[in-house]
Design a protein around this ligand. Structure first.
Ligand SMILES: *Cc1c(COP(=O)(O)O)cnc(C)c1O
Length: 354
């Protein structure tokens, strides 16, 4: 035991990122495509003139404006930028936390909700999703909300790691029942059918969170939160002054100005997701869940063994077995390029046979 560090922190295990050089990397929901030469050159030309001796523009107004123009952000709503949406989850937790306050989220879902609750000493309540279809268990959700009156509720829509988007009616019931803030985490919005962006006017306790990570820019770390100016004005006070660095700001603006490239990639990923889903469904001994994200959850016999064998053959996916009871023998694969998906399927076929 370390005498300086808080007890709860010592009991946590650090977020592990596996070694992945030489592997086909299908574990982290990254967009598999890079910019072509022409776009890369145009981007480098912008970076050439950067004044790295100066602090970044603190309000990052140009970034916000570009986001507004491509992300259908309602005119009267405010935006806060984060160093990835992870940072925004933390900022929100810091903003609402107080004696006995609760952060609530369905489970299994994005692990950072629980981890960040721990970081800031906020009480965490996880509500199990329905067994089988991973929909919200509305009886349990409304009951737990009634009991704990959570200051902060996170709903990932679509949900990670299950890939489904919860029923819109169910989410609306949560929004109507919760007295605290409800954050709809739309990290996978570009692959999904529905967004709550247009519902912001309707629910004063609603915040919509997005990120550029899954869209194709995981390396620049840019997430954002959309909500009413009154509310975000308060949360903005907690944002560290220069949290969005200059290189990220310039790169994000450039990417948004060339948004059609990302849209084209997203379209391809959605097509490949359907192909990959169908191929997995055709394999014996595999159960596949439908996905509205850029990854697919599936279940197989001896998932841990299958995962290790794939890894030994340089195909890295995510093993969820052991993370949560309803994820027994579950694996999660990110949709890669058509070529990567083909290799993944070939290797998978080899390793599940025996
Ligand atoms: C990946 C992911 C995030 C984190 O996004 P960053 O912007 O890269 O921090 C947030 N929420 C969900 C549901 C995710 O899957």
């Amino acid at each position: 035991m370390n005498k300086w560090i808080r007890q709860e922190i010592q009991q946590l295990s650090a977020y592990k990122v596996p070694e992945s050089s030489n592997s086909i990397k299908l574990d982290a929901m990254e967009n598999p495509y890079k910019w072509d030469m022409e776009h890369t050159e145009a981007w480098l030309k912008i970076l050439r003139n950067v004044s790295l001796n100066r602090y970044p523009e603190s309000s990052a107004n140009e970034v916000k404006q570009q986001l507004r123009s491509v992300m259908q952000i309602p005119d009267n709503m405010e935006i806060i930028l984060g160093n990835g949406s992870d940072e925004l989850i933390q900022t929100l937790a810091l903003a609402v936390n107080d004696e006995g306050r609760v952060l609530l989220a369905p489970e299994p879902s994005f692990v950072m909700y629980r981890m960040i609750a721990n970081f800031v000493r906020m009480k965490y309540v996880g509500v199990p999703l329905q067994v089988g279809d991973f929909e919200l268990d509305m009886f349990a959700m409304l009951e737990e909300i009634e009991i704990h009156q959570p200051a902060l509720t996170f709903l990932a829509h679509p949900n990670n790691p299950t890939g489904n988007a919860f029923f819109v009616d169910d989410i609306e019931s949560v929004l109507e029942t919760a007295t605290g803030l409800v954050v709809i985490d739309e990290a996978y919005a570009s692959f999904a059918e529905h967004s709550f962006m247009d519902s912001l006017y309707k629910y004063p306790n609603l915040l919509v969170m997005r990120t550029l990570s899954k869209l194709g820019l995981a390396g620049i770390r840019l997430g954002f939160l959309v909500g009413s100016p009154e509310l975000l004005g308060q949360i903005e006070k907690l944002r560290l002054p220069y949290n969005i660095n200059t290189l990220t700001q310039l790169s994000a603006v450039f990417a948004m100005q060339n948004y059609e490239v990302l849209e084209q990639q997203t379209k391809q990923i959605k097509i490949d997701r359907e192909i990959l889903t169908t191929r997995l469904e055709e394999m014996k001994g595999i159960h596949v869940w439908p996905s509205q994200a850029n990854f697919i959850l599936f279940q197989t016999k001896n998932a841990e063994k299958v995962f290790e064998r794939l890894k030994a053959r340089n195909v890295l996916i995510k093993c969820l077995h052991g993370n949560y009871p309803t994820l027994e023998n579950c694996l999660r694969v990110t949709v890669g390029t058509s070529e990567e998906n083909k290799i993944f399927l070939q290797v998978l076929e080899q390793v599940i046979e025996d």
